[in-house]
Design a protein around this ligand. Structure first.
Ligand SMILES: Nc1ncnc2c1ncn2[C@@H]1O[C@H](COP(=O)(O)OP(=O)(O)OP(=O)(O)O)[C@@H](O)[C@H]1O
Ligand SMILES: [Mg+2]
Length: 523
C-alpha cells in the first residue's frame, strides 16, 4: 500500500509512511493505493508509436486551458514506456510551427496521429461505423478493436524541468521504471528530451476488472518528458539556450525538480543548494521567454489584420489579455496568476505561454530524509514558494526511486522499510500530475477489458464518448451510467440495472469522476 506524500499548495504536508504531521484540511491524493497496477499493452505501444484518435486528441487537447499542442516541430526524441524493455528512437515528423514561436525546434513527435483508434474499453481501433449498433461495447465486445492490444488511454505531457544536475533524469528513469535516460553527475547530461509513457495508478480499475472478470485492465496514462537543464540566461541563449525552452512549451504541465539534498559530491551549477534561488532562476527564464513572445505578438496585433468583426473581437481580447499578463510578468510573477475570462484564455492559448502551465515542484531529498522530509528546511522553503506561486509540491527522493526500480519487487519493501517508509512516492507523483492537469477518469468495464478513460472536467457524455471514438460522439444517443461506488455495491452492471442504479443520461450530462459508462449510439 502507498501512502501519500503529496500536498496541494497552502496545505500542510502529509509525510510518507502515512503520519500526518499537521492538521490537514484538504489534502489531495491522501488515499491509500496499491502500486501493483501494471499497465497492459504499454510495451507494444512503444513499437507502434502513440496512436490516438484525432478526435480524441482534439476533444481533449483543444479544450484544455493549459493545453497547447500545436507547437510541434522536428528533431529527435527518445521514447520509452513503463515496462518496455528498451528505449526506442521514436520517428519524428515535421509539423508546422505556430507562427508566433521562434525559439528553436521542439524535438517532439506530433501529438495526434492521423486516424488510429481510441481502442480498448469501448473498443475503438480503426473501426468505421455505418451500421446501427446498440449496446455496451465493452461488455459485449462487439466493436472491432484492431489495435486495442497496443493502445492505452490518451495521455498528456508533463515536462520534467529544472537546473542542470538536480536529478531530472534520475526521476524520469524511476517514473518510467525502466527508463534509460542517461543520469550522471555532470551538468547538461541530457540534451535531447526523453519521453516515457506511464500508467496512472488507479485501484478502482482493478476492482472493476475483478467484478467484470475482465481479461485485462487498461489504465489511463501520462507522458513524462525529461528535458535538458536550464540555466540563468537560457532565454538569451545561455547554457543549452532557447531550444530547450521550446521543449517546455510543448508540455501540458511542468514538474520542476528542485534540489533539496546536500551532497558535496554532486555538482550544483550555482555552487550551493538553494531552492529559492533555483526556483527564481527557472521562473525568471520562463518569464523572460514569455515576455519575449508577448512583445512580438503585441507588435503583430498592432497591425490589426482581423478580417471580420468576430476576429476583431478575438484580437481585442487577446491584446487586452496579453497586456494584463505582461504587467504581471514584469513583476516576475507567472501568467497563470492573472485572472482571465475563458474567452481571453482561449485567445492567448496559441502562444503556449510557459508560465501559464500548471507547475508541481518536486522537492528532491536525500535517501535519509524521505521518512521525515519536513525536517529538511529546504523542503519547507519549497512548500512556501509553491504556495505563493499557486503550485503543487511533491517530496520524493529521485535517487531512492531510481534505485528501487533496480531491485527485484520482493526486495523493494525491505529497502523502503529500512528507510522508514512503507511505499514509494511515485504513484502520488503520477496521480498528482494527473490531477494538476484537471483531468477526470471514467471507466468502461466488461469481460473483454476494463479501461480507464481520460477526460477533462466538465466534459459532456457525447464528448466523453468521443474520446473512445469520434463516431461515438457523432452518433451519440444516450449513455447508461452508474457511479463507481454503486457499481461496486451492486457487484455488476446487470445487478446495478436491476436495482435501478443504472441511469440513462442524455447529451447534456456532465460525466462525473469514476462513472462507469455504456454508450448507445447510431452511426
Ligand atoms: N535525491 C538524490 N540524492 C542524491 N543524489 C541524487 C539524488 N537525485 C539525483 N542524484 C544524483 O544527481 C546526479 C545528477 O542526476 P541527473 O543526471 O538525473 O540530473 P539531471 O537534472 O537530469 O541533469 P542534466 O540537466 O545534466 O541532464 C546523479 O549523479 C544522480 O545520481
Ligand atoms: Mg538529465
Amino acid at each position: 500500500m502507498l501512502t501519500a506524500n503529496v500536498v496541494a499548495p497552502s496545505r500542510p504536508l502529509l509525510y510518507p509512511g502515512g503520519q500526518l504531521k499537521a492538521p490537514v484540511k484538504d489534502v489531495r491524493c491522501s488515499v491509500r493505493i496499491s502500486t501493483q497496477l501494471k499497465p497492459i499493452g504499454l510495451g507494444l505501444q512503444l513499437q507502434h508509436g502513440v496512436k490516438r484518435n484525432r478526435k480524441q486528441s482534439l476533444a481533449v487537447i483543444c479544450a484544455a486551458a493549459a493545453l497547447n499542442a500545436t507547437c510541434s516541430a522536428s528533431g529527435q526524441t527518445q521514447t520509452v514506456t513503463r515496462q518496455a524493455p528498451t528505449i526506442t528512437q521514436a520517428p519524428v515528423h515535421s509539423k508546422e510551427k505556430s507562427p508566433q514561436l521562434d525559439d528553436g525546434d521542439s524535438g517532439f513527435p506530433p501529438r495526434d496521429d492521423d486516424g488510429g483508434g481510441g481502442g480498448g474499453g469501448g473498443g475503438g481501433g480503426n473501426w468505421s461505423g455505418g451500421f446501427f449498433l446498440f449496446g455496451f461495447l465493452a461488455l459485449l465486445g462487439l466493436l472491432k478493436d484492431r489495435e486495442s492490444d497496443d493502445e492505452i488511454s490518451m495521455s498528456l505531457r508533463a515536462g520534467i524541468v529544472g537546473l542542470p544536475n538536480v536529478g531530472k533524469s534520475t526521476l524520469f528513469n524511476a517514473v518510467v521504471e525502466n527508463g534509460k535516460a542517461q543520469a550522471a553527475n555532470f551538468p547538461f547530461c541530457t540534451i535531447e528530451p526523453n519521453v516515457g509513457i506511464v500508467a496512472v495508478p488507479d485501484p478502482r480499475l482493478h476492482v472493476l476488472s475483478e467484478l467484470s472478470k475482465s481479461q485485462r485492465a487498461v489504465p489511463a496514462s501520462i507522458e513524462f518528458v525529461d528535458i535538458a537543464g536550464l540555466v540563468k540566461g537560457a532565454s538569451q541563449g545561455e547554457g543549452l539556450g532557447n531550444k530547450f525552452l521550446s521543449h517546455i512549451r510543448e508540455v501540458d504541465s511542468i514538474l520542476q525538480v528542485v534540489r533539496c539534498f546536500e551532497d558535496n559530491d554532486i555538482v550544483h551549477v550555482n555552487g550551493k543548494v538553494d531552492p529559492k534561488s533555483d526556483i527564481d532562476v527557472i521562473n525568471l527564464e520562463l518569464v523572460f521567454s514569455d515576455l519575449d513572445q508577448i512583445e512580438k505578438r503585441l507588435e503583430k496585433l498592432k497591425k490589426g489584420k482581423a478580417k471580420d468583426s468576430q476576429s476583431k473581437v478575438k484580437e481585442e481580447a487577446e491584446k487586452s489579455a496579453l497586456e494584463k499578463i505582461r504587467e504581471v510578468l514584469m513583476d516576475g510573477k507567472p501568467a497563470r496568476s492573472v485572472a482571465l475570462t475563458d474567452f481571453e484564455k482561449d485567445a492567448v492559448k496559441h502562444l503556449c505561454l510557459l508560465t501559464m502551465k500548471p507547475v508541481i515542484y518536486v522537492a528532491n531529498v536525500a535517501e535519509s530524509e524521505i521518512a521525515e522530509p519536513g525536517n529538511n528546511p529546504h523542503v519547507n522553503e519549497v512548500m512556501n514558494l509553491a504556495s505563493e506561486l499557486q503550485s503543487g509540491i511533491v517530496t520524493i527522493s529521485a535517487q531512492v526511486e531510481s534505485e528501487l526500480t533496480e531491485l527485484p519487487p520482493e526486495e523493494r519493501t525491505e529497502y523502503l522499510n529500512s528507510l522508514g517508509v512503507s511505499e514509494s512516492g511515485l504513484g502520488n507523483l503520477i496521480r498528482e500530475t494527473y490531477a494538476l492537469l484537471g483531468l477526470r477518469t471514467y471507466f468502461t468495464s466488461g469481460e473483454k477489458e476494463s479501461k480507464a478513460w481520460t477526460i477533462l472536467a466538465g466534459m459532456t457524455a457525447p464528448q466523453a464518448a468521443g474520446v473512445i471514438h469520434s463516431d461515438f460522439e457523432k452518433g451519440f444517443i444516450r449513455a447508461e451510467t452508474v457511479a463507481y461506488d454503486d457499481f461496486v455495491a451492486a457487484g455488476s452492471l446487470a445487478a446495478a440495472r436491476e436495482k435501478g442504479l443504472l441511469r440513462s443520461e442524455g447529451k447534456d450530462y456532465i460525466v462525473q469522476e469514476g462513472d462507469v459508462m455504456l454508450f448507445r449510439f447510431n452511426v
